[in-house]
Design a protein. Structure first.
Length: 151
């Protein structure tokens, strides 16, 4: 029996490898985005802690130096918060780019897999045609031999 050989198998293999690489890139972009979001949450929590501390310092004995230190910490947390929001935005954009590239690569791979399936179906059709041709030849040969024996 004939063996099916897809002539563009090396391209399909390459598309599968590229897809695996893009999956890894997408995973790294997702991890980076999650990491940046966690840093943002941490900064927000630290800022809230400083604001709580400032309220506590405003009640009872007032320590001006401690209050100034706390206010400076809050203002530096606001700057860090703004910077971190920019970092989160960049990570989100990188994640979207990675998602789009992965989607494009997956579509290309699927297209090549469908081409391979069609080629395999054509191969099977060709095999069926060859088998029916051989069967017809055998039947014709048997029929003509039977007629010659009857004469």
């Amino acid at each position: 029996m004939a063996k099916f050989v897809y002539r563009m198998q090396n391209i399909l293999d390459l598309k599968q490898k590229i897809e695996e690489q893009e999956k890894a890139n997408f995973g790294m972009a997702t991890a980076r985005f999650n990491e940046e979001q966690q840093k943002l949450r941490d900064i927000m929590l630290r800022q809230a802690g400083y604001e709580r501390r400032l309220k506590e310092l405003s009640v009872g004995n007032i320590d001006i130096r401690e209050i100034k230190t706390c206010k400076n910490a809050i203002s530096s947390m606001k700057v860090a918060l703004r910077d971190q929001m920019i970092a989160v935005s960049k990570a989100q954009k990188a994640l979207e780019v990675a998602r789009k590239r992965l989607n494009d690569v997956m579509m290309e791979r699927k297209m090549h897999e469908k081409l391979r399936e069609r080629a395999f179906e054509e191969f099977l059709d060709q095999l069926d045609y060859e088998e029916s041709k051989i069967t017809d030849e055998l039947v014709s040969y048997s029929y003509f031999n039977a007629e010659k024996e009857d004469e």
